[in-house]
Design a binder for this molecule. Structure first.
Ligand SMILES: NC(=O)c1ccc[n+]([C@@H]2O[C@H](COP(=O)([O-])OP(=O)(O)OC[C@H]3O[C@@H](n4cnc5c(N)ncnc54)[C@H](OP(=O)(O)O)[C@@H]3O)[C@@H](O)[C@H]2O)c1
Length: 348
């Protein structure tokens, strides 16, 4: 047992379930998101990380592009100095789109390790399968003329660098994010070290049933991002058709039956379905509520069915800013016709 001071209302760690990844590593079945959606300061995100660690969170979902790894790292360091054993933590980070070139990727990983002050990463992801950079805080119409569609050979060059990070001991597990079945098929075919996780958008109105099942069938653990439907997401990720999960009558009525906020029901549904949710919050009270969502008062089979019926294929993080010249719409990023636009074949 660590000497780390838990908050008096924190969760008994033995109650927080784990997932075992395809390489035998264990990851907590819930994490804390750290994307401030362009409006929560790095200091405020870091403050919640510190509080969440004391409440019993052990998986912190980070990324270089969130612009707050040094501040989050200071909180991780405080916890480690305060007696939290490093092996209890599960720290995940992601390489940003402007660092896909192998040498840059390795440097980016080392920088995240330095900024987060954790010695090694438990998991490192390629944040998007496109090397298409957009500036922070850009708007929805922003396009980079150098953007390109998915090029599998280039992705695999980045993946070889990811595999090298594991071999060097800088990273325990590696994974992907924002990929589709056609892309994952190619990656699984060619990877020497298979992705352990896929971080994907998952909430009651965006269930991605086929991709979710494909991941499970191939030993890739789904991590569900924006599990509450990201109600405070940046302006560039909002369109008039978007549905608000926490206002869905089904979600609200289940929440009423459990006497909790609809956000907590989204987290319960995610956990019970089998993805690892990573809710973000600015408030310790909500962080605690979300953690308790996986340790007490589960949803019934009937309630899980009600929530399953909320599927609307409502993608919130459409990724318009990653589009390349000639792309028709953001749907091109998601291989909606079952093929990868512009990709015709690949010789190993
Ligand atoms: N891989 C990727 O490309 C990708 C993309 C997007 C997100 N992510 C990751 O996923 C994480 C979570 O997604 P997200 O930040 O988009 O949104 P989210 O977790 O779906 O929603 C966060 C919002 O929900 C509210 N909330 C949280 N818990 C609540 C509770 N118990 N009661 C009431 N309201 C609650 C928060 O408000 P309060 O602050 O008021 O609590 C906040 O506005 C990110 O932080 C990031 O780590 C990854």
């Amino acid at each position: 047992m660590s000497t780390f001071q838990m908050a008096p209302d924190g969760i008994d760690l033995r109650k927080v379930p784990f997932k075992t990844l395809n390489n035998g590593c264990k990851m907590p079945a819930i994490g804390l998101g750290t994307f401030g959606s362009d409006h929560v300061s790095a200091e405020d995100v870091a403050k919640v990380v510190g509080e969440a660690l004391r409440l019993g969170y052990r998986y912190i979902d980070c990324a270089a592009c969130y612009g707050n790894e040094p501040e989050v790292g200071a909180e991780l360091k405080k916890a480690l100095d305060g007696g939290l054993p490093r092996e209890e933590l599960f720290v995940l980070s992601k390489v940003w789109n402007d660092c896909h070139a192998p040498e840059k990727l390795i440097e980016a990983c080392k920088k995240s390790i330095r900024d987060l002050q954790v010695g090694y990463l438990d998991c490192y992801l390629i944040h998007w399968p496109f090397p298409n950079y957009h500036a922070p805080h850009c708007d929805v119409n922003s396009r980079n003329p150098e953007s390109r569609p998915y090029i599998h050979e280039e992705f695999m060059a980045s993946w070889r660098a990811m595999e090298g990070l594991v071999k060097e001991g800088l990273v325990k597990s590696i994974g992907v994010s924002n990929v589709t079945i056609p892309k994952l098929e190619l990656i699984l075919r060619d990877a020497e070290i298979r992705p352990a996780v896929n971080e994907m958008e998952l909430h009651p109105t965006m269930q991605q049933g086929r991709l979710f099942q494909y991941c499970l069938d191939h030993g890739v653990q789904p991590i569900g991002y924006s599990p509450i439907g990201s109600p405070a997401r940046p302006e560039r990720d909002r369109t008039p058709e978007d549905i608000c999960d926490i206002e869905m009558p089904e979600v609200v009525s289940v929440a009423r039956a459990h006497g909790v906020h609809p956000a907590v029901i989204c987290v319960k549904w995610a956990f019970q379905r089998g993805q690892v949710p990573i809710p973000f919050t600015t408030k310790a009270k909500n962080a605690l509520g979300n953690l308790k969502a996986v340790t007490e008062d589960p949803l019934t089979i009937e309630e899980m069915e009600i929530l399953a019926s909320c599927e609307r294929n409502c993608r919130l993080i459409k990724g318009q800013v990653f589009l390349w010249p000639g792309a028709e719409s953001w749907l091109d990023l998601w291989d909606v016709n079952g093929t990868i636009p512009g990709w015709t074949g690949y010789s190993k």
